[in-house]
Design a protein around this ligand. Structure first.
Ligand SMILES: Cc1c2[nH]c(c1CCC(=O)O)Cc1[nH]c(c(CCC(=O)O)c1C)Cc1[nH]c(c(CCC(=O)O)c1C)Cc1[nH]c(c(C)c1CCC(=O)O)C2
Length: 339
């Protein structure tokens, strides 16, 4: 089997044109997603139903022919497996029971294996149904980002509840992050064994942390995941997306051991080029340029390609695609990259 393009990049090769996929590429901007979503019922019902989850994962591949497919699920299936009462409330995003420091001792990871079995079944189905050349990416949330939702019980603008929780209860925080890291590593190992070619760890809230907290909450638990996954699967390929980490990305790769760095759109391209000297990078178009289209889109794409095409590079957005992204603009983006 010819090696898949994105995997080659993760091994340090330069591939032209660069492989492309988009974070949240299966989602509400696609009419076919909205239709399947309506059939499935709730969002979590979609995540835990291998038929529906396989279908929505394949939708953007059929429509656009992206180089990589990302398993359809959510980072919050881990707290759901911990019985935190996760719900997706229309118009409000995710909600769950906020966890208290004294409850952390009682969290029971033993139900996770059974609870997450349908997601693993989806990975296996996907590997059978995807085109041979399409890379399959598995994923999990980074412990810090997952913990922010578990602590506040919902999304917040700056994750003040979780930061405060850590300052008041450092031991409970460390215990929670370690538990999440161990569960996440086991979950990623199962995804890789079921057929994922590589995995991405999403730390969407890494950017709100100060220096010490970044080391304790963003770096250490992700290193624990990477070490545990590699102990089981030595050549596992891992992408770390630490949103808002800025210039800390350089040491993030060295300290966590991830193979590739996902970059948000605020990372300057000259710095991205420096990061690329140490290995593969992925990113980093502002999702708003994709919505704007036209000149804003073309200019953003060209600047990124000019800076990063001559090294190991995966084209992506700097964060997830949003429901208001026009499909024609995604087509224009692909044409601009592939010619
Ligand atoms: C923080 C976070 C979450 N989920 C995720 C993150 C980290 C990445 C990021 O920062 O975007 C990750 C995620 N969520 C989803 C995926 C699937 C794979 C993909 O296509 O990238 C992935 C990788 C599907 C989803 N996850 C969610 C949707 C929308 C649900 C719907 O159909 O109503 C999708 C397609 C729901 C979700 N899930 C989450 C939020 C905050 C929301 C609500 C946001 C919204 O309503 O747009 C938690």
């Amino acid at each position: 089997m010819a090696e898949r393009k994105l995997v080659k990049v993760l091994e340090g090769e330069t591939v032209g044109p660069p492989p492309i996929w988009l974070m949240r590429q299966a989602g509400r901007y696609l009419p076919e997603y909205r239709e399947t979503r309506a059939q499935a019922g709730g969002f979590l019902d979609l995540c835990y139903n291998p038929d529906f989850a396989t279908e929505v994962t394949l939708q953007p591949i059929r429509r656009f022919g992206f180089d990589a497919s990302i398993l359809f699920s959510d980072i919050l299936v881990i707290p759901d497996a911990l019985q935190r009462g996760v719900k997706f409330v229309k118009g409000e995003g995710p909600m769950m029971n906020p966890i208290r420091p004294d409850e952390i001792d009682r969290l029971d990871p033993s139900l996770a294996e059974t609870h997450l079995a349908p997601v693993i079944a989806t990975v296996a189905r996907l590997r059978e149904e995807l085109p041979e050349e399409t890379t399959l990416i598995g994923f999990c949330g980074a412990p810090w980002t997952v913990a922010t939702y578990m602590i506040a019980g919902h999304g917040t603008p700056d994750q003040a509840p979780a930061r405060m929780f850590g300052y008041h209860n450092p031991e409970a925080m460390a215990q929670l992050l370690t538990l999440l890291a161990e569960m996440s590593a086991d979950y990623l190992i199962r995804q890789l064994r079921a057929g994922a070619d590589c995995v991405q760890i999403f730390d969407s809230w890494a950017g709100v942390l100060d220096e010490q907290s970044f080391a304790d909450y963003a770096v250490a638990p992700v290193k624990l995941i990477v070490d545990r996954v590699r102990a089981a699967i030595p050549d596992a390929k891992i992408i770390g997306f630490a949103k808002g980490a800025g210039y800390r990305l350089k040491t993030y790769r060295q300290e966590t051991g991830v193979d590739a760095l996902g970059m948000d759109w605020q990372v300057p391209l000259a710095f991205a080029k420096e990061l690329q000297a140490d290995g593969a990078v992925q990113g980093n178009l502002d999702p708003l340029r994709l919505i704007a289209g036209g000149r804003a889109l073309d200019e953003g794409v060209d600047l990124i390609l000019e800076a990063l095409s001559d090294g190991p590079f995966i084209f992506n957005l700097g964060h997830g695609i949003t429901p208001d992204a026009p499909i024609e603009h995604v087509e224009r983006l692909l044409k601009r990259i592939r010619g």
